[in-house]
Design a protein around this ligand. Structure first.
Ligand code: MLT
Length: 275
């Protein structure tokens, strides 16, 4: 399918009430769309976009409020983020796509697949889960919101990166760790607190997994401490047409900590189906 917009980096797409900033490269029958996790931006998909853009049409976009996308006026919610994905596809005249979401990107994807199954050719669920926050998890999110409101993002960003990377990445991938910290610090505190509340209030999606009929690839860092391997195994067991791979020497950001292994699994999944 030929793109209807000009392609390239940082293309601004106007949706109802927000402008979504999107990278759009390459050509191919079925576009592959990447949704980043919290609180990152589309640049966190760079190794995958670079890898696939020579053989496929690949898009990565900043979720509203993150990166270069505007926040809009409405309260953040996973439902609204999922609506944005579908509206973005509508505006870009993409009727069906292969979509990959990491962590919060996966929450958005599970929500969108549940409501708009016909828009997906296949999905990739990376370092994500279908459960809602536990009561303790919610309390922790709201405490973090209070902390950010008083102290700003510095301590939050320090603590956050310690949790998302595996110990080896923290030791050997210092540049990557700093880059992720910079992304967090350049995000508006209002976007971060608004999204923390959206994450706390998201409904569980586990009861919808048996309705997913498209091919699914589940990927997870072996040492993911935020959305542990057991959650990925649950997704894999409860989705009919699913396969799973764990990624060694990776924590929550498996696509960045082990990009070659991640890309290998991604490419094998995509090329085996000729999307
Ligand atoms: C993410 O990476 O998107 C978040 O860590 C998800 C979460 O906190 O539930």
């Amino acid at each position: 399918m030929e793109p209807i917009h000009s392609q390239g980096k940082d293309i601004n797409i106007n949706l109802k009430g927000v402008t979504i900033c999107c990278d759009d490269f390459g050509t191919g029958n079925t576009p592959i769309i990447f949704i980043h996790g919290f609180p990152f931006d589309k640049s966190s998909w760079q190794p995958q976009v670079e890898f696939l853009k020579h053989t496929h049409r690949v898009l990565a976009y900043d979720i509203r409020g993150f990166g270069k996308s505007t926040p809009g006026q409405e309260n953040m919610s996973i439902n609204i983020f999922a609506d944005d994905l579908i509206e973005l596809m509508d505006v870009l005249k993409i009727s069906k796509a292969v979509v990959c979401g990491l962590s919060m990107g996966g929450y958005i994807l599970l929500n969108a697949v549940n409501r708009y199954p016909e828009r997906f050719e296949a999905i990739i669920l990376s370092d994500t889960q279908c459960i809602a926050d536990s009561p303790e998890g919610k309390v922790k999110r709201y405490k973090t919101i209070d902390q950010i409101n008083v102290e700003g993002l510095r301590d939050f960003s320090e603590a956050f990166v310690k949790n998302i990377f595996c110990p080896e990445s923290l030791d050997t991938k210092k540049e990557l760790v700093e880059r992720i910290k910079d992304i967090i610090l350049s995000t508006s505190p209002l976007t971060i607190t608004g999204t923390l509340s959206a994450l706390a209030e998201r409904p569980e999606m586990c009861s919808t997994l048996n309705e997913i009929l498209v091919p699914v690839l589940v990927l997870c860092g072996e040492e993911d401490a935020i959305t542990p391997m057991s959650q990925s195994e649950f997704l894999n067991h409860n989705i009919a047409n699913s396969q799973i791979h764990s990624i060694d020497k990776a924590g929550h950001l498996s696509n960045l900590e082990q990009p070659d292994v991640f890309n290998h699994y991604l490419n094998t999944f995509i090329s085996s189906r000729k999307f």
